[in-house]
Design a protein around this ligand. Structure first.
Ligand code: TRP
Ligand code: SF4
Length: 323
């Protein structure tokens, strides 16, 4: 089975990415043939006017993947914009995709409710899922690990594949990809909203122990707990969510009891939590500090070469059918 997945280079990775994506990629790389890529063209669909340094962000992202345990000897790591075939297939798919299919995509509809996106309303944002389809079927992906919000994009990918086969009277050019839903609950940010750099509520994968503690100390807890002996409700506490993600099952059970019966204070509970987060972050932070940019560039070059080979083969077939 081949697994293909991408991540947009929009800034430093945080614990939300680790729990939601990286942990899963680390498992998948041992089970399947994996291709993970930096979706830098996709970043441009919303950030074209922000003058972000995509080259630097992309190298940094691959560095963070490797520091977190993604293994370039197991998975092919590459940069989307280095493989021009993504753009070529995107162009072909744009020809055959009805605009109405794109306009009913929930992500697009939601964005059009927001002033910021409505004002821009760029064609590239509307056609985002067409590019994503090209990313996936260019490499005959069997499985695409995604979150629930991306499910309509995979449906659209299958629709585009079927339409291509129907229009060109073939059925053997592309594979129909299947989604691999990650069932891990989303990790909340320190304030209870979704963890995101832009909300300033994230713990990053290269955070120092001092900053981990500062951030965990500031996290929202059960407001009913004022004195240490007040019985608490772990199910409403963000720190407890972190325990569930980063502490052992035994610790989680003990903390749940101690909180409910009012025998542990929130500061002590947070200290255990910060220490367990540090256990995950420390090796990532240390490995990241040791990785040199040149090393990462070599890994990317290797990955690009492998991706380029597969993409060129596929485009040869596609063009033979069309021209
Ligand atoms: N849309 C994905 C996201 O926002 C990123 C992405 C781009 C992707 N191309 C992809 C994911 C292909 C899986 C497969 O997270
Ligand atoms: Fe949250 Fe822990 Fe305080 Fe309970 S003891 S409210 S789980 S921080």
């Amino acid at each position: 089975m081949r697994v293909v997945s991408g991540m947009r280079p929009t800034g430093k990775l945080h614990l939300g990415h680790y729990i939601g994506v990286i942990k899963n990629w680390k498992k998948l790389q041992n089970e399947h043939e994996c291709m993970f890529f930096v979706a830098d063209w996709h970043a441009l669909t919303t950030k074209f006017d922000e003058h972000i340094n995509l080259k630097e962000l992309s190298v940094e992202l691959v560095k963070e993947w490797i520091a977190s345990g993604i293994d370039p000897n197991k998975a092919i790591l590459f940069i989307q914009s280095e493989i021009k075939e993504h753009a070529e297939l995107y162009l072909i798919f744009n020809m055959i995709t009805p605009v109405s299919w794109l306009e009913r995509n929930p992500t697009y509809k939601d964005a059009m409710q927001q002033e910021e996106y409505k004002k821009k309303n760029n064609a590239g944002f509307l056609t985002y899922p067409v590019l994503q389809t090209a990313d996936i079927v260019l490499y005959d992906a069997d499985l695409v690990p995604i979150g629930e919000d991306q499910r309509p994009h995979l449906e659209l990918a299958r629709d585009i594949v079927n339409r291509f086969h129907y229009l060109y009277k073939r059925e053997d050019i592309f594979k129909e990809p299947k989604e691999l839903l990650t069932d891990i609950a989303r990790l909340p940010g320190l304030d209870g909203r979704k963890m995101s750099k832009s909300f300033n509520n994230a713990i990053f994968l290269d955070e120092t122990p001092e900053d981990i503690w500062k951030k965990v100390r500031s996290a929202k807890t059960d407001p009913a707990r004022i004195k240490k002996t007040d019985p608490g409700h772990p199910e409403v506490c963000i720190v407890f969510e972190y325990h569930k993600a980063f502490s052992t099952p035994q610790e989680v059970a003990e903390i749940e009891n101690a909180c409910k019966e009012g025998s542990i204070g929130c500061v002590d509970c947070k200290k255990i939590c910060a220490a367990n987060i540090e256990k995950i972050v420390a090796p990532i932070r240390e490995k990241k500090a040791k990785l040199k940019n040149d090393e990462i560039l070599d890994i990317i070059n290797e990955g690009n070469k492998k991706a380029k080979f597969l993409a060129a083969e596929k485009m040869k077939k596609v063009n033979q059918v069309i021209f």
